[in-house]
Design a binder for this molecule. Structure first.
Ligand code: CA
Length: 518
């Protein structure tokens, strides 16, 4: 019996060992497969690209078949907001997952980005990803913690831009959207076999909207409907009344609209000086007849304002053509190299932009057109194709999203929330409010302000240039024309939103805002 017992024990032991071996082998195999399967991340960030001009957002004037292609394979975010609606600060938030007052980059005019701080790209690099930022970043030139970078100097130029990489500064001849994409594709070709994360930063569609000559004429014959708020009188909104971003008054005839009194004057102007003769000639051929026609018409008042609006729309949309086409080259590349199924492609702008609403161009405000950014994401097997996401998300949520997707622990001091549970259908909401703080107090004369939106109501506190409160009911007043802060009907809601504002400022450690809320 004891022999049988011993035999049994050996049998049980062997069986367990076999089971353990199997388990061990399975785990090894699983970890190898999952390591191999870590998703690639392609982030395409444009500059000042308005959702009002993107087909996937219902635009009837914008021609964006390639951005729409991302939407067809994935999800369109209808409520993606930014923490601070301006170029550099938005990219700093994207990189760090932190508000401007924490990452230190509050405005384009006075801030310097400290590249020594933690970023999602650094975390990915540390955890085995090959990483790169190619194109516009607008946060200084000394990137850290990325495998490679090749970035535009400052704002960059539409033609023959200078790029900085660790090897130095090189001028790359050609149109900026093409050059940035060429560089991105070259980088991708050498990093196929690793999990990779690349940020492709486009200059388009930033001022001064200079199209690739091959796109001249593509949007010129369209009918543009003047936005209903184009002749806004800014009643009850003193900050809006003081701005300097109106199409009628502040869009410049030469610099913005390319209407120079002479060809010689045009050639001497900054953006044209760096062009080759052939590039410049293409601009002369296209813009001089428009100038001559304008001179003959001798427009003034509303007729001139509306002419400017139309020319602004045409230049803007013609500029977007090249960017969209180049986004298509990246999508083609992923498809042709069987990378599509395991790659997150996320398209966003650094903020929204005004296409004549309230009479404006530019951004900065916590009003919807600039507070909201287009954001579209595609990841087969995770994000449902042809879907829309109406839940509130912010650009601060992206850094934690990328890390969670890559299986990297999200550092505790990142302030955003991963969007991944929304994509996977595990959570209904990741946030109930969007907190905002705009600091720059210079170009375009927009008063600094901070505020909170819960999707239905929006409370804004202006300070420095204008001192005052605004309150909007987004349901009854989606264009934000009626400031109902002093309306007794909204007293209860205003009080509730003030509490929410204080709670959000406290949560995000915004001491400057809290000082003003005392
Ligand atoms: Ca921008």
């Amino acid at each position: 019996m004891s022999t049988t017992c011993a035999e049994n024990s050996i049998f049980v032991f062997m069986k367990r060992l076999t089971h353990l071996t199997y388990t061990f082998c399975f785990l090894l195999l699983w970890s190898a497969v999952s390591a191999q399967k870590r998703p690639n991340i392609v982030i395409i960030i444009s500059d000042d690209h308005a959702y009002q001009t993107i087909g996937a957002y219902g635009s009837t004037t914008g021609h964006t078949p390639q951005i729409d292609r991302i939407a067809n394979g994935g999800a369109v975010f209808n409520r993606a907001y930014v923490t601070n609606s301006i170029c550099g600060p938005s990219r700093a938030t994207l990189l760090t997952g932190k508000y401007s007052h924490i990452n230190g980059f509050k405005d384009n005019e006075t801030s310097n980005f400290d590249h020594g701080q933690d970023t999602f790209l650094k975390q990915l690099t540390k955890n085995g990803y090959k990483t790169a930022w190619i194109g516009k970043i607008h946060l200084g030139n000394n990137l850290q913690g990325v495998t490679d970078y090749d970035i535009l100097v400052g704002q960059g130029h539409y033609f023959n831009s200078d790029f900085i990489s660790p090897q130095g500064t090189v001028r790359s001849e050609g149109y900026v959207s093409d050059v940035v994409t060429d560089k991105a594709l070259t980088w991708l070709k050498t990093h196929h076999d690793d999990p990779f994360c690349i940020v492709i930063g486009h200059k388009a569609t930033h001022r001064t909207w200079m199209p690739d000559p091959q796109d001249f004429g593509k949007n010129d014959d369209k009918e543009f409907t003047l936005p209903a708020t184009f002749y806004d009188n800014y009643e009850g909104r003193p900050a809006a009344a003081q701005q300097e971003m109106s199409i009628a008054k502040h869009l410049r005839m030469g610099y913005d609209l390319k209407m120079y009194d002479s060809v010689e004057q045009m050639r001497k102007s900054g953006n044209f000086k760096r062009m080759t003769d052939a590039q410049f000639q293409a601009y002369v051929d296209y813009y001089r007849p428009i100038y001559e026609e304008l001179k003959q018409k001798n427009l003034s008042g509303k007729a001139l304002a509306e002419w400017k609006y139309k020319r602004y729309m045409i230049d803007y949309l013609n500029t977007a053509e090249s960017m969209d086409r180049n986004i298509g080259r990246v999508l083609d590349y992923l498809e042709e190299n069987n990378l599509e199924d395991n790659t997150l492609v996320l398209y966003l702008s650094d903020q929204g932009f005004y296409m004549g609403e309230h009479g404006w161009f530019d951004k900065r405000w916590m009003y919807e057109e600039s507070f909201r950014t287009p954001m579209i994401a595609k990841l087969p097997g995770v994000i449902r194709p042809h879907s829309t996401i109406d839940n509130m998300v912010m650009n601060i949520d992206l850094a934690p999203t990328f890390l969670e997707l890559a299986g990297v622990a999200v550092p505790k001091d990142m302030q955003g929330q991963s969007i991944l549970p929304l994509w996977k259908g595990e959570k209904k909401d990741i946030r109930k409010a969007a907190y905002y703080h705009y600091y720059e107090n210079g170009e375009h004369a927009v008063s600094p302000h901070f505020g909170v939106s819960d999707g239905r109501y929006k409370l804004i506190r202006f300070y420095k240039r204008v001192d005052g409160w605004e309150f909007y009911d987004l349901q009854s007043d989606p264009s934000e024309l009626k400031n109902v802060y002093d309306d007794p009907k909204y007293k209860k809601e205003v009080e509730r939103m003030k509490k929410l504002l204080k709670a959000e400022a406290t949560k995000y450690k915004d001491t400057e805002a809290l000082q003003l809320l005392r």
